[in-house]
Design a protein around this ligand. Structure first.
Ligand code: PLP
Length: 872
């Protein structure tokens, strides 16, 4: 119960105000003739002094120097490269704001249907380079800063990544924002402004992952605009009292009172489109205490008690949960989810109300995409607003809700499906729990009608899972509360329909369930990270990059050049320089020297058993043991290979952390073995991030995407590598399948069992286990060498090895032999370098489908029903 008192309001009644204050109503008035009236002051005085985007070197130089002088209060004498980054960023931000402001104004005037992308994660990476490229201002900025004594590439390196995400799901959200703006679509993102993003990964001398906080806001963040004028109150706990009708019967409505109230304050991040004025918005919420302090405690001399509310409110957005596909149940996480969905919906509703349409038309103006189940509370929250605040009848409210939301599923792994204990929900969100029970009641009544007497079905489909405690099944709530549901690659979308949501397909009809294969933005993942390749493509196609970067199917025109020796030479030379760039990066950051004439073999992604980094490291050990057994002459024929790993493990994921430890210790031994080190070396690069990916991906000859079939929903790093001419070694899983369809099976290396076999194989492991020595002697030998202490710490790895020896849920023993065979095929293919480069060119050329522009246009047309708005 809130006892906080604001001294300014003592003696006055405190009226509840949900929406605290915001800018509204900047639409122009018209005179009697319908002509727009200038809103204030002298029109010419305004217009003569409003700035446009800087375009030339003198204007940019002036703006840069002005920010050094005033915003930073520095001099040429004491300006370091970090200061130069800050000045450049502030100057670019001014340009972004001009476009961002104009975009917002034109959206408001035209009031088109808008889409909102709700994601608990946005893994944005760096902004400056991306903004310069999208605005087509990189050259003039490079020239301006050069003249002032700075190198633009050094300046770019000073920026810290915005790492408000764990991995693929958060990076997908970032790619979709880039594509929405580039396709001129009225799409805004909504997320949380975590004070600490994903942890920084350190590796101890023993090879253990250590986690350090990521203070990304320490040097200030020029890419956000604090909007202290945009704030909403959000309630937690308290009581929900059903409203009674005149006969004393309870109704669908309730009053939710008491509890704790906190403030959500907006921070806006500008999202520039590529070669367009359109600059969309990513609105991130920060939590603040509603009132500064409790005067009663203050008077009693209890200063700490007085500021306590401030501590607990601020905690809500203090840190991103570092879980990837697992680990739920934390009250603070549920608080984050509600805080964010409540603030976002309040903001969306306020914007809708400004256009003055009846509430029934809400879904004609608003589409809300739920990125996974994290924002599912938006469904009961919108019901609460419509029932309790707008006083709509249940059916009318449900009609609006189910036409507003769209749900993207990202996993079919049962352990990764979000569930929340009913007692926790009842405590934290009593009104929402009532609504969820009501939704469930009406829903199960309709299921019963369609399938009379099918009790099993009702139990399977209930939003509430029986047990101790009972749990709310968020994926089911997201499904029945949405207009459409989609998976993120063809195979995954089929699995959604045939496994976790099978009953729902039978009940609601298959047309509600679709697929939108993920994509990546070619701006960041080709033009920005691989400028030489981008330039070669433009000059070869004789098409400006502003065209083909937004129409990636044009890359197909590269296909004939695979037969052109001069082109192949240029293509291969760029790959070589990218390998040297990576080697230079590793040399300067880690002090390690890398053989750039070796094949670069890369696996970079979150550490997870289903992604099977363990299969890769065991394959490396197998290769090492094989090399050790060879004669000198035999070794001379072997193609040198450098293997790179990078990725973070969730801090509580013991097996994943052991895998990192094994990789680091295998590296320690084999990189020091004079017999083999020229032929095989291994690096675990710490602290995987978007910026590290941008250096690794263009340098890769082959990358590995080797999940157990049916477990990786899509994957997006597979697309990034292929776009940059790296070949793919993978299982028949996720988007690997569609990549192979596009580039042709002869240009990828596939291995392993297929999805339909997985269930049977697991059954065999459980009920008819075969000793690993019998089933896969090669793997058994590798495991035994690890157990025997070849890489130190003999007993340490047993829990990891035992996941394979017993149960082997991810089927390493079933796929190991075909994996080793596939690696051998890669080696053989690499020996014919001409053919390899042809494969590389053909791969890039056929990646058009995997632009996130294609994906976002599918959402816009087939899901959201929104249209592009050209900003003049
Ligand atoms: C693309 C990307 C991912 C996703 O990688 P997958 O291999 O598809 O899991 C994760 N982290 C970062 C930093 C990325 O850029």
């Amino acid at each position: 119960m809130s006892t906080f008192t604001d001294p300014k309001t003592i003696g006055k009644p405190v009226r509840p105000r949900r929406h605290v204050r915001t800018l509204t109503g900047y639409l122009p008035e018209t005179d009697a003739q319908g002509k727009e009236k200038w809103p204030r002051g002298d029109e010419k005085a305004w217009k003569d002094n409003m700035r446009d985007v800087d375009k030339d070197v003198p204007a940019i130089t002036k703006s840069f120097v002005s920010h050094v002088q005033t915003s930073l209060a520095r001099q040429p004498y004491n300006l370091d490269t970090l200061g130069a980054y800050q000045a450049a960023a502030l100057s670019v931000r001014d340009n972004l704001l001009v476009n961002w402001n104009e975009t917002a104004l034109q959206y408001t005037r035209r009031a088109p249907k808008r889409a909102y992308y709700l994601s608990l994660e946005f893994l944005m990476g760096r902004t400056l380079d991306n903004a310069l490229l999208n605005l087509d201002l990189k050259q003039p900025y490079a020239q301006a800063t050069q003249k002032l004594g700075f190198n633009i590439e050094d300046i770019l390196e000073k920026e810290r990544d915005a790492a408000l995400g764990n991995g693929g799901l958060g990076r997908l959200a970032a790619c979709y924002l880039d594509s929405s703006a580039s396709q001129e679509l009225p799409v805004w993102g909504y997320g949380l402004r975590y004070k600490y993003g994903i942890f920084q990964q350190l590796i101890s001398p023993e090879g253990n992952q250590l986690e350090a906080p990521d203070p990304w806001l320490d040097n200030q963040n020029p890419w956000e605009l604090p909007r202290l004028d945009v704030a909403y109150e959000v309630r937690f706990y308290g009581n929900a009292e059903r409203v009674r009708d005149e006969n004393g019967n309870t109704t669908d409505r309730a009053q939710w009172t008491g509890g704790q109230e906190v403030l959500a304050v907006a921070y806006d991040v500008m999202i520039p489109g590529s070669y367009t004025r359109t600059t969309n918005n990513l609105r991130l919420w920060e939590s603040k205490p509603k009132r500064g302090f409790d005067l009663n405690s203050f008077n009693a001399g209890n200063y700490e008690g007085a500021v306590e509310s401030s501590n607990s409110a601020a905690a809500i957005t203090s840190v991103l949960y570092p879980n990837d596909s697992t680990g739920f149940g934390k009250e603070l996480r549920l608080k984050q989810q509600y805080f964010w969905t409540a603030a976002s919906l309040a903001d969306i509703l306020r914007r809708f109300k400004n256009i003055g349409k009846p509430i029934q038309e809400f879904p004609d103006y608003v589409a809300v995409q739920l990125n996974d189940t994290h924002p599912t509370l938006a469904i009961p929250e919108l019901m609460r607003i419509l029932l309790d605040d707008e006083e709509l009848p249940w059916d009318a409210a449900w009609q609006i809700v189910t036409n507003t939301f769209f749900y993207t599923n990202h996993t079919v792994l049962p352990e990764a499906l979000e569930k929340w204990p009913v007692p926790l929900m009842e405590h934290l969100l009593p009104r929402h729990m009532q609504i969820i029970y009501d939704i469930n009641l009406f829903f199960l009544q309709s299921v019963e009608k369609k399938f009379p007497g099918d009790r099993d079905r009702l139990g399977r489909m209930s939003l509430i899972e029986e047990g101790f405690p009972k749990q709310v099944r968020m994926a089911f709530l997201a499904c029945i509360g949405s207009r459409k549901v989609n998976g993120v690659a063809e195979l995954h979308s089929e699995l959604v329909k045939t496994t976790i949501l099978k009953d729902f397909v039978e009940f609601e009809g298959v047309s509600k369930f679709g697929n939108v294969t993920n994509g990546i933005t070619p701006r960041r993942w080709l033009d920005q990270c691989n400028p030489e390749l981008s330039a070669l493509i433009s000059s070869t196609l004789k098409v400006d990059k502003s065209v083909w970067l937004k129409d990636l199917y044009q890359l197909e025109k590269l296909l004939p050049y695979a037969e052109d020796a001069a082109f192949r030479e240029k293509w291969a030379a760029i790959k070589q320089r990218n390998k040297e760039r990576l080697a230079h990066h590793v040399e300067t950051t880690l002090g390690l020297t890398i053989n750039t004439h070796a094949m670069f073999d890369v696996q970079i992604k979150r550490l997870h058993e289903y992604k099977r980094q363990t299969l890769n490291i065991l394959g490396v050990i197998h290769r090492y043991l094989t090399l050790k057994n060879m004669s000198k002459e035999e070794r001379e024929k072997v193609n040198p290979r450098v293997v790179f790993f990078a990725g973070k493990a969730a801090p509580a994921y013991y097996i994943a952390k052991l895998t990192i430890r094994l990789i680091v210790n295998v590296a320690r031994i084999i990189n020091a073995d004079a017999d083999t080190k020229d032929l095989l070396s291994l690096y675990f690069l710490p602290d995987y991030s978007v910026s590290l990916a941008e250096v690794l991906i263009p340098a890769s000859d082959i990358s590995q995407h080797i999940s157990t079939a049916g477990t990786e929903a899509s994957g997006t790093s597979n697309m990034k590598f292929c776009l940059n001419g790296g070949l793919l070694l993978g299982t028949v899983d996720g988007a690997n399948i569609e990549i192979a369809e596009e580039v042709g099976e002869s240009n990828v290396f596939f291995f392993g069992h297929l999805t339909p076999a997985v269930e049977d194989l697991r059954y065999q492991h459980t009920y008819h286990p075969v000793p690993i020595e019998e089933k896969c002697p090669a793997l058994a030998h590798v495991l035994n060498q690890v157990s025997a202490g070849l890489f130190g710490d003999a007993e340490v790895y047993e829990p990891l090895l035992n996941t394979i020896r017993q149960g082997d849920h991810y089927l390493l023993s079933d796929d190991f032999d075909s994996y080793i065979a596939a690696l051998a095929m890669v080696d053989e293919a690499y020996l014919d370098r001409t053919e390899w480069v042809k494969k590389s060119i053909r791969t890039s050329a056929k990646m058009g489908k995997f632009s996130s522009d294609r994906a976002i246009n599918e959402y816009a047309e087939s899901y959201w029903n929104i249209e592009a708005q050209h900003i003049s």
